[in-house]
Design a protein around this ligand. Structure first.
Ligand SMILES: Cc1cc2nc3c(=O)[nH]c(=O)nc-3n(C[C@H](O)[C@H](O)[C@H](O)COP(=O)(O)OP(=O)(O)OC[C@H]3O[C@@H](n4cnc5c(N)ncnc54)[C@H](O)[C@@H]3O)c2cc1C
Length: 462
C-alpha cells in the first residue's frame, strides 16, 4: 500500500466553498502543506456548477426575507467576490462576473406595503437602490406591465448595477490562482472520492478511492454530504435533512435583468424569479421550483442511499420533526404544488401562475423544462427542537469543520473561507500566520472583515 500523503490542512470538496478556502489558505497563510480533494475530474460540478444554481450574487437588496442586520452582513460578505474578481486578468473577469440589473417586484396592496417598509429599512445601505412605480417599471422591463390588469398595482426596488456570477468559473479561478502562487505548497487532487475520515491519535486519516492522506486539520466542504461525514465521526447526530430539488424552465428572452418576487418567511425556497442565464444567451431562466426529492445530488438517483443514511429518517424524533414542519398548512400546500410542476407536459401549466406574476402575457407553450439544469438545497432539521434550520450550517469539532452550504453559500464563499481560516489558525494555537490585513486590502477594499457577524443562518433566498 502507498504511503499516506501528509498535510497540515486537507479540504474535502471542490465546489465554490472548498476552492475559496483553498485559495484563502494558500494565498494569505504560511501553512506549509494544504490539499483539496474533489471526487469529480473537474471542480464545481455539483451545486456550484453554472447550470445548477441561479447565478445571483446575493447582496441583500432584493432579498426581502433578510432582516436588516443580515442584509448588512451579507452585503459586505458577498461584495468580496467582485473585489477578488477585479484583481484578475480582464479575460478571466469576463468569464466570472456579469453586470446584470436586478429588481424585486411587489404585486398588490399587501406586498407593496411590505416592500415600501423594506425600502425604508435598507435604503441607506444601498444608495443606488431605486423605488419604481408601475410606469417606471414598464420603462425598464416592458414585459412586466404589458397585458397586466389596469387596476393591478405594482412597486419595485431596482438596482441597475447588480451582479450575476458563474460560480463554476469562480471556483476554477481560485484553483488557478493557487497554482500560480502556491504550487508545491498546495495540491489539488481531482477524481479522489473520500470514502471515510478516521480520527487517529494525532491526525485525521482520510481514505479515498486512490489512496490514504493524513492531515492535522480537516475541513469538509461537501455541502449536502458534509452531514454524512460529520455523523460518521459522531458529530451532528441531532440533524436530519429535508431534500429540496430546484429545477428551472426556459423561455425566450423576455426580461432585461433579474426579476425576483417577494419572499415569504415561512417558505424559504419560494419566490420564483426570472433571470438572464450567463451561459445561455437570448433566454430567460425561470425558477427554481422546490420539490421534495430524496437524493443528495441532482440527476444522481443512486445518491438517495446517501440521503437516507445521513437523514436518519426512521428515527422517532426525525419523523416527529418532519410531521411538525410539514403540518404547517402553508408549507405543505406549497410543497404539494411544487411536486406538480415537474409532471411531464402538465407541470408547466401549474407553474405558469408564478411566471405570469412577473410577465403576464407568457403562455405555457412559451416555456420549456431546462433539462440538465438544477441542484439540491438540503435544509437541516433539528430533531431535538423539531425546527427547520434555514440557510447555511456549520459544525465545528475537534480540529475538524463541516460546512453545509445552501444559498447564499456561493455568494458568501470568500467570507466563509476567512471565517474558517481563522478557526484553523486557532486549531493550530496560532503557530501559523494569517495575513488578514493583506486579505482585507485585496478582497474587502481595505475594510475590516468582521467574521463574528453571522451571514448564514436564518435566511434564505435563491
Ligand atoms: C436551485 C439552486 C439555486 C441557487 N441559487 C443560488 C444563487 O443564485 N446564489 C447563491 O449564492 N447561491 C445559490 N445557490 C446555493 C449555491 O449553489 C450553494 O450555496 C453553493 O454552490 C455551495 O457550494 P459548495 O462548494 O459548498 O457545494 P458544492 O458546489 O455542491 O460542492 C461540494 C463538492 O464536494 C464534492 N464532494 C462531495 N462528496 C465528496 C467526497 N466524498 N469526496 C470528494 N469530494 C466530494 C462534490 O463533488 C462537490 O464538488 C443555489 C442552489 C440551488 C440548488
Amino acid at each position: 500500500m502507498n504511503k499516506a500523503k501528509k498535510y497540515d490542512v486537507l479540504i474535502v470538496g471542490g465546489g465554490v466553498s472548498g476552492t475559496a478556502l483553498f485559495y484563502m489558505l494558500a494565498q494569505y497563510t504560511n501553512l506549509s502543506k494544504i490539499a483539496l480533494l474533489e471526487k469529480y475530474n473537474k471542480v464545481a460540478q455539483v451545486n456550484s456548477k453554472g447550470k445548477n444554481n441561479s447565478q445571483t450574487l446575493h447582496v441583500g437588496d432584493i432579498e426581502t426575507n433578510y432582516s436588516p442586520e443580515k442584509t448588512k452582513a451579507v452585503r459586505s460578505a458577498a461584495m468580496m467576490i467582485p473585489s477578488y474578481v477585479r484583481r484578475l486578468h480582464p479575460d478571466a473577469q469576463n468569464k466570472i462576473l456579469f453586470r446584470v440589473p436586478k429588481m424585486v417586484l411587489a404585486v398588490g396592496k399587501d406586498e407593496i406595503a411590505k416592500l415600501g417598509e423594506r425600502y425604508e429599512e435598507i435604503r441607506k445601505l444601498y444608495p443606488d437602490l431605486q423605488k419604481l412605480n408601475k410606469k417606471e417599471i414598464g420603462r425598464i422591463e416592458p414585459n412586466i406591465t404589458k397585458g397586466r390588469k389596469e387596476n393591478e398595482e405594482l412597486l419595485a426596488l431596482y438596482t441597475p448595477d447588480g451582479y450575476a456570477v458563474d460560480y463554476e468559473m469562480l471556483a476554477v479561478s481560485f484553483t488557478k490562482e493557487v497554482k500560480k502562487k502556491a504550487d508545491g505548497r498546495a495540491d489539488l487532487f481531482l477524481g479522489q472520492k473520500v470514502k471515510n475520515i478516521k480520527r487517529g491519535d494525532k491526525e485525521y486519516q482520510i481514505e479515498t478511492n486512490k489512496g490514504i492522506f493524513e492531515a492535522s486539520i480537516v475541513v469538509v466542504n461537501a455541502d449536502s454530504y458534509s452531514l454524512l461525514f460529520a455523523k460518521s465521526l459522531g458529530y451532528g447526530k441531532k440533524f436530519s435533512l429535508i431534500p429540496v430539488a430546484g429545477n428551472f424552465y426556459f423561455s425566450d428572452e423576455v426580461l432585461n435583468g433579474k426579476v425576483y418576487t417577494m419572499q415569504d418567511q415561512k417558505l424559504p425556497f419560494a419566490a420564483v424569479h426570472g433571470d438572464p442565464d450567463v451561459q445561455v444567451p437570448g433566454k430567460t431562466r425561470w425558477g427554481p421550483t422546490a420539490k421534495f426529492f430524496p437524493v443528495l445530488e441532482s440527476g444522481k438517483p443512486l445518491t438517495s442511499l446517501d440521503y437516507f443514511k445521513s437523514a436518519g429518517l426512521f428515527r422517532y424524533c426525525t419523523i416527529k420533526s418532519f410531521i411538525k414542519i410539514l403540518s404547517d398548512f402553508t408549507r405543505f400546500k406549497y410543497l404539494l404544488k411544487n411536486a406538480l410542476y415537474d409532471f411531464p407536459l402538465i407541470g408547466k401549466i401549474f407553474f405558469m401562475p408564478n411566471i405570469r406574476k412577473i410577465v403576464p402575457l407568457l403562455k405555457a407553450r412559451d416555456i420549456k423544462k431546462a433539462k440538465g439544469f438544477g441542484g439540491m438545497r438540503l435544509q437541516r432539521v433539528d430533531t431535538e427542537t423539531h425546527e427547520l434550520q434555514l440557510g447555511e450550517g456549520r459544525i465545528v469539532g475537534d480540529n475538524i469543520i463541516f460546512n453545509m452550504t445552501p444559498s447564499p453559500g456561493a455568494s458568501a464563499c470568500l467570507f466563509n473561507a476567512v471565517r474558517d481560516t481563522e478557526e484553523i489558525m486557532s486549531f493550530f494555537d496560532n503557530r501559523y500566520k494569517f495575513d488578514k490585513h493583506m486579505m482585507e486590502n485585496e478582497c474587502v477594499g481595505g475594510y475590516p472583515c468582521d467574521t463574528t457577524k453571522d451571514v448564514s443562518a436564518d435566511f434564505y433566498s435563491s
